[in-house]
Design a protein around this ligand. Structure first.
Ligand SMILES: [Zn+2]
Length: 265
């Protein structure tokens, strides 16, 4: 009986593991993705639709034009990493929020507050590049997967002592579903923030934006945060560490920038 239980649990996990290994673009890191990316993208699309209803969409022509213009160029260079993306770039009217976010499947939002720090297309490319990088690197999927492993592990322990009937299986699948939907909006880890900085810098450079703008931009963001960190920075590395890392990536990013379309230095 115990063997049958274990086999049943194993089969559920094997299903998860089939789509488990993901290679992060640009960095080549191996990441655990237990949720099919199209499933995560469709959940994110529903949530993004809800967020759009709950927020005021900005009608400012300058901000909107800027976000569409930069968004399109970043999306073009991220295309090979996210071939199935259904891009949607939105500006929310909220001057208090110095923030931006992106969701699986290519849903990107920028709050008008970010324009306290964003002074040019180059600056905005740093922000959008960073956000799109989180999505291309599958950071949400990785966070969800870590939760699922923890939840699944706990359930497997429980179920290992009794019969795994259809009710148990339903519980396991319910935990899987709940974990996945919550996970779409899980905060990123510090590690993910660093990786998004790195990939985002290359996206901006590839799209023809001078990556050196990132240094000034993050310094300005750091100054703006002034103790009370805005959400966008809450799990981000401290200003000094971030600038140091960006400086390390800069020579390579500059090479990419010089070879990018339409740039002559
Ligand atoms: Zn981030």
């Amino acid at each position: 009986m115990l063997i049958r239980n274990h086999l049943a649990i194993l089969s559920v996990f094997l299903t998860f593991w089939l789509s488990a290994c993901y290679t992060v673009p640009q960095t080549g890191r191996s990441a655990l993705h237990l949720v099919p990316s199209d499933q995560l993208a469709s959940m994110a699309a529903v949530q993004f639709g809800q967020i759009k209803k709950e927020n005021t969409i900005s009608t400012d022509p300058k901000y909107n034009a800027m976000v569409q213009r930069v968004g399109k160029r970043i999306a073009r260079v991220a295309r090979t990493d996210m071939p199935n993306a259904k891009w949607d770039f939105v500006v929310f009217d909220n001057d208090e929020l110095i923030n931006a976010f992106a969701m699986p499947g290519g849903k990107v939002a920028v709050y008008t507050g970010i324009f306290q720090a964003v002074k040019s297309d180059e600056d905005l490319a740093v922000v959008i590049g960073h956000e799109v990088a989180h999505v291309a690197a599958g950071h949400s999927n990785e966070r969800v997967s870590q939760r699922l492993l923890a939840a699944g592990g706990a359930l497997a322990l429980q179920l290992g002592t009794g019969d795994m009937d259809s009710m148990d299986r339903r519980l396991l699948l319910a935990a899987y579903g709940a974990g996945a939907s919550v996970g779409v909006m899980l905060p990123y880890s510090r590690y993910h923030e660093n990786e998004a900085d790195q990939i985002g810098l290359f996206y901006a450079a590839k799209a023809g934006y001078d990556p050196r703008a990132a240094i000034d931009f993050w310094e300005r963001m750091s100054a703006l945060s002034n103790g009370a960190l805005p959400e966008f920075l809450s799990t981000h590395p401290s200003g000094g560490t971030r600038i140091h890392r960006l400086t390390e990536y800069m020579p390579e990013a500059m090479r990419v920038y010089k070879n990018s379309y339409g740039v002559s230095l």
